[in-house]
Ligand binder design. Sequence first.
Ligand SMILES: Cc1ncc(COP(=O)(O)O)c(C=O)c1O
Length: 386
Amino acid sequence: MKVSTGPDLEGAAGMKVPLARPWVGLEEAEAAAEVVASGWLIQGPKVAEFEERFAERMGASHAVAINSGSSALLVAMAALGVGPGDEVLCPDMTFVATASAALFLGAKPVFCDIEMSYYGMDAESLVRFITPRTKVIVPVHYAGHTAEMDPILSLAREHGIAVLEDAAESHLATYRGGPVGGTLGEMGIFSFTPSKPMTTGEGGMIVTDSERLADTCRRFRNFGDHSKFEWAELGLNFRLPEALGAVGLVQLDRLDEAIRRRRAIADRYNQAFAHVEGLVTPKERTATDGIYQLYTIRLDPERGAPPRDRVMEALTERGVGSRIYFPSLHGQGVFADHGPFRNEDYPNSLAFEATALSLPIFPTLTDQEQDYVIASVLDSLEVQTP
Ligand SMILES: Cc1ncc(COP(=O)(O)O)c(C=O)c1O
């Protein structure tokens, strides 16, 4: 039976709440316009300043700007020497680019299962997939929550395998007190698409403490140039346009405030959903580890939650954006020639795929919009709030 649902839906008729909305405005427009007016459009001093300040914020020695997070994965893997015959180990639940970058280099992506606290790589599953061909392990810091890195790092060290952190979603998320994304493993990458904690529209960054790896990435992103028209090694054009470097500098200044707002929104969701049976809220390791690029809940049917797809449909009907971030990768057609991958190796990732739902979270989400989302979720679960 349908019952009353907490915050009032009356008066909210016609409201639409998107899943994400970038926090950009006049300052970014002016910064970009200044670059365009200067006539210097390709990677130049603004990008260099962006790299320097980004590295400083991440507590790393080097940052190399790239034109997307996916390209950053490709360039970083190339710098680590990934090529034909190699295997690259990724979690089964991540964005496709984590694994497809390996395919572009002729290597084979291999998937391990996730753990169900922070939805990162599960070390017990990981160890089963390490082979003498494993070249790189790519832990993903999912949705702004950091992967359980210690067991992953010790396995990598034990087997002499490089670690590339996919921190595309996790700018300034921390693990054991320090920012993730490049300083725990050999390298890390970030993405700056509009749903990320900071955005340049398109864009990415590689972070590392290794001068050698940073230099290799810089050459690879610029045609393999050693000096002008001297091409001793392979490269292509992966450069970030100068105007986007200028936008990145503005966004970097706003990153702390963006994260503060994301955390405040997550707190409100956590409070609203705390006592809802069958609704699993994101788990926090410490108060500063998670930065909530996404707010992903799970609807556990064994604890009485209705089917996730039904809830998603109900939210769509109410104009509330939601999405499954991410379905598992091992069954995706693009990887079919590289298996066989067996469903029984991925129970957590498959359970996640069947039950996860990401809700709207972005710095400009108003209390009224969030109340509407909360009411819509509770209404679609048909629960009575206390
Ligand atoms: C985990 C992860 N890795 C890689 C990427 C790729 O980044 P981009 O979209 O900037 O290419 C994304 C996001 O888009 C992501 O979420």
